[in-house]
Design a protein around this ligand. Structure first.
Ligand code: IMP
Length: 424
């Protein structure tokens, strides 16, 4: 697995962290390429379970170098708190490498994220309120402040003051909110900078050298293809590019450096936040998916919306991310249902769609066209080999492969690490 991109093939929360952690056991480098602490994954160490949001997977293995690439946005307080939490559990995160070109999430980004959502009212995106969108907005308007700016106090102060000239007007005049204080931000952030300095590296070079040396590198995506700012269900998306292409710009490698793209999908679909979701269920089945699947967010604790597997959207994710193989997660959750449904097309505004529609109005009106498959209706959580799955479960996997257009190479049938097996 020399260079593998791990990408979410739905709306996030597919179990990328679990797969990245699994692959990380044989990896040399795990690099996050986009997003920030809007992502979340649960790590189990011994009897302890705890949530990480910024730290790349694999940080628990001392031989793995965890890297945060330039495409990420970094809340330094969160990053340092995660490092402290790891240390308290006996894990040394000092091998973390951080790109100096990654942008910082500033306190006013968090404030603006929350204020904007409040002002949008019923049209809100349902963001994680971590300041992700406003930080990326500043990056693209070239008002952003980067990790490397923390190491020059004068430049840092200048940049904060320039940013606040605009932000404080917006905070006070548009949102009727208190202004932010440059002095407080500078003092707080320079202290973070002092602690982060030893971790800052040319991460693009580090990853390139690792690939050249034949090392195993995992590019760990956050969120999912359908939350991509370009290819997702805009405007109900995140502000970065979770698609596999984002790994190239978010780290600084070329397309020919990548050997495989592993798409992670749940055997059903979940989504948090607002936005279209053609196969969403509002009935007892959807409720059972939430309860059996434990579908509550790692970062915000929000209840996730759930529905049947959407093969139209999955096929689209395979296409726009160049997914070469799939991991199908939480197959065991479907054991509860006697009949399973997969969306194989949509009907919208009097027309049939076999490909994922790009027009928001069409997508909003999509009613799924389902294909029904027999369920297996038996506990599969102890199964550890594909051939031991019930016939109906294997038939389900085969149909998913056909519809998605990519082979399923990893299957997960339960929360424990051992419940995830490779197709042999
Ligand atoms: P933001 O990334 O906080 O700006 O939120 C934008 C949208 O992406 C919202 O619908 C969030 O619920 C969603 N989102 C962000 N991060 C994740 C994630 O890790 N999993 C699932 N949804 C996410």
């Amino acid at each position: 697995m020399p260079a593998t991109i791990v990408v979410g093939a739905q709306w996030g929360d597919e179990g990328k962290g679990k797969i990245a952690n699994l692959l990380a056991r044989e990896a040399d480098v795990v690099v996050r390429y986009q997003g920030g602490n809007n992502a979340g994954h649960t790590v189990v160490i011994g009897n302890e379970t705890f949530a990480l949001s910024l730290m790349p997977s694999g940080v628990i293995y001392p031989e793995v170098i965890p890297v945060i690439g330039n495409g990420c946005v970094v809340d330094p307080a969160v990053l340092l708190a995660e490092m402290d939490a790891l240390r308290q559990r006996g894990i040394d995160p000092s091998h973390l490498r951080l790109s100096g070109n990654a942008h910082l999430i500033m306190p006013y980004h968090r404030t603006l994220d929350a204020l904007r959502e409040r002002y949008l009212g019923s049209q809100r995106i349902g963001t994680t309120k971590r300041g992700i969108g406003p930080a990326y907005q500043d990056k693209y308007s070239r008002l952003g402040i980067r990790v490397q700016d923390l190491f020059d106090p004068k430049i840092f102060r200048d940049k904060v003051e320039v940013a606040l000239k605009e932000k404080n007007r917006i905070l006070t005049k548009v949102f009727n909110h208190l202004p932010a204080s440059a002095d407080e931000i500078v003092e707080e952030y320079l202290a973070y900078g002092a602690r982060l300095l030893p971790h800052v590296t040319d991460t693009s070079l580090l990853v390139w050298q690792a690939i050249r040396a034949g090392k195993n590198v995992i590019f760990e995506g956050a969120q999912g293809v359908l939350l991509d700012i370009d290819h997702g269900t805009y405007p109900f998306v995140t502000s970065s590019n979770p698609v596999a292409g984002g790994a190239l710009t978010g780290v600084g490698v070329g397309p020919r450096d990548i050997d495989r793209v592993l798409g992670i999908a749940k055997a059903y679909v979940s989504r948090v936040g607002s936005g279209p979701f053609p196969t969403e269920l509002h009935d007892e089945v959807g409720e059972q998916m939430i309860q059996i699947g434990g579908e509550y967010g790692t970062v915000t604790g929000r209840r996730r919306r759930c529905g049947w597997l959407d093969a139209v959207a999955l096929h689209y994710a395979v296409r726009v991310s160049g997914i070469t193989e799939l991991a199908l997660m939480k197959l065991d959750v479907l054991s509860a249902f006697p009949t399973l449904r997969i969306a194989v097309g949509y009907l919208s505004l009097g027309e049939r769609y076999d490909e994922f529609p790009r027009q928001q109005r069409v997508l909003y009106n999509c009613a799924p066209i389902y294909e029904d498959l027999p369920g297996w209706h038996t506990d599969i959580t102890e199964v550890r080999r594909l051939q031991d799955l019930p016939r109906e479960a294997r038939a389900y996997l085969e149909r998913v492969e056909e519809l998605a257009g990519a082979p399923v190479s990893i299957v997960s049938v339960g929360p424990e690490r051992s419940a995830t097996f490779l197709r042999q």
